[in-house]
Design a protein around this ligand. Structure first.
Ligand code: PMP
Length: 452
């Protein structure tokens, strides 16, 4: 505005024209026929809600309490307090026991005192805090890559990274057991998507032979350690295929960081491969590192691009400084105290050995952080979890739709903080309660009951 209140650059004629325009009456709208009223579907009429209600009704009929959203009274690690009762806890990602360690929490306190709780806005506009850069440099050193970037959520990391890098005319191939965040990112990207049978390199090679040449860029995504089955991706074979067919290889290290490899460095250590053979190392700060958030480590150009354009980075708030500080301290501890990973792995081996003797089916799990005990039926899994809680064990059921209807299981997260006595109790009580439930005739085909 100028001193007289007029807009600079507008001469008197232009001003008059604008005033005249503003005074003009709006042209009356042509009458349009009123359409018949359309009602938005009430949420409780949606088919998914119907399925949910039926599942709950069947659970209630069979006397099974909802096993989810149990409230913990304090810090969860090898043990936890639920409703005032101490239980042995197998339901936390705390693979190296760092949620019970005072050092990451102390680092988070210092960060809150220094920067406050909030990261304020997207890092693009709110700017960085030095701890963001320090954590990213530490992650890049860990994977021996040029650069790394941290996101506010692990799920958003996959969605935004895949959604940014691929598009129409590209191809995404992923393991059939891949995490939901990869599927959501693939859908968002608009690229063609195919899944191959779990860990089946032959199936992947066939898909590549048939399809690769028809697409511009191709991405193959696997998990270092699978979150529901506890087995690992065959990385050397994948790298050989990559050299033959030319695709980007992305490895989700959410569960493998800290838990596989002799000192817990993850998939590259477990297989003794050169980390530069993987194009995109993705992981979360929420498992071993005991914080929240996600990361991508890779080339400078990859990280530059994500920081400039990836939706979940540019249009979302930055990682809270306290979360970054806790994750950085946890990563330092992972490197400085390699025995933690060895303890976790020997606890897991003990679990597998005892489970095999007890006749419990642990599927394809290796001696690491995730061990399922296969149950089959979803209601049996939920009831078993309830009985275990009554005997002082917290292990959660994984049921449909997270796994196929008849592949329900109890999932045990094993940590370095568990004692051998706690592992022994877990297997013994699980076997006793499973056998009791089967003897009581518990176990029914949930899919049939849902069609009531
Ligand atoms: N990838 C995998 C393999 C996961 O299991 C998870 C969640 N458990 C994620 C990504 C998402 O991570 P976050 O929970 O930290 O958002």
């Amino acid at each position: 505005m100028t001193a007289d209140g007029s807009r600079p650059g507008l001469d008197a004629d232009a001003r008059q024209r604008l005033i005249a325009q503003a005074r003009q009456r709006p042209t009356p709208l042509r009458a349009v026929p009123t359409p018949a009223p359309v009602r938005a579907t009430a949420f409780d009429r949606l088919p998914d809600y119907d399925t949910l209600t039926k599942m709950r009704a069947v659970g209630a009929m069979m006397g099974v309490a909802n096993p989810f959203y149990r409230s913990h009274d304090g810090r969860a690690s090898a043990t936890s307090m639920i409703d005032g009762v101490e239980v042995i806890n197998f339901a936390s990602y705390d693979y190296l026991g760092l949620n019970a360690d005072p050092r990451p929490a102390a680092a988070a306190h210092v960060a809150i005192d220094t920067y406050g709780v909030s990261p304020s806005a997207s890092r693009l506009v709110a700017g960085e805090r030095p701890v963001h850069g320090a954590l990213e440099r530490a992650l890049a050193r860990h994977y021996r890559t040029d650069a790394a970037v941290v996101f506010v959520s692990g799920h958003a990391t996959n969605v935004a990274t895949i959604g940014e890098l691929l598009g129409e005319g590209d191809l995404i191939l992923h393991d059939s057991l891949i995490h939901n965040s990869v599927m959501v990112g693939a859908k968002l990207s608009g690229a063609s998507r195919r899944s191959f049978a779990h860990n089946d390199l032959g199936a992947l090679a066939r898909l590549l032979a048939e399809n690769r040449s028809q697409y511009r860029n191709a991405l193959v995504v696997v998990e270092g350690l699978y979150s529901m089955d506890g087995d690992i991706a065959p990385l050397p074979g994948l790298i050989a295929l990559k050299k033959q067919y030319g695709f980007w290889l992305m490895v989700d290290e959410a569960h493998s960081l800290g838990s596989i490899g002799a000192t817990g460095l993850g998939s590259f250590e477990a297989f003794g491969i050169d980390p530069s053979d993987v194009d995109i190392w993705m992981g979360t700060l929420s498992k071993t590192l005991g914080s929240t958030g996600g990361y991508v480590a890779g080339s400078t150009a990859l990280v530059d691009l994500l920081k400039a354009q990836a939706s979940g980075f540019v249009y979302s708030v930055g990682l809270a400084p306290a979360m970054a500080a806790a994750a950085l301290t946890a990563l330092d501890i992972l490197h400085a105290e390699p025995d933690r990973a060895a303890t976790l792995q020997s606890n897991a081996q003990l679990f597998l050995d005892l489970a095999a003797k007890a006749g419990l089916d642990t599927g394809t799990a290796i001696a690491s952080a995730v061990i399922p005990v296969m149950v089959g039926d979803s209601l049996l899994a939920a009831k078993l979890s309830e009985r275990l809680l009554a005997r002082g064990l917290n292990a959660l059921p994984i049921i449909y739709p997270a796994v196929p209807m008849q592949s329900a299981r109890l999932r045990f997260f094993i940590t370095s903080a568990h004692s051998p006595a706690q592992i022994e109790a877990a297997v013994r009580i699980t076997k006793e309660e499973r056998d009791r439930l089967l003897a009581e005739g518990f176990g029914c085909d949930l899919s049939k009951m849902m069609d009531l």
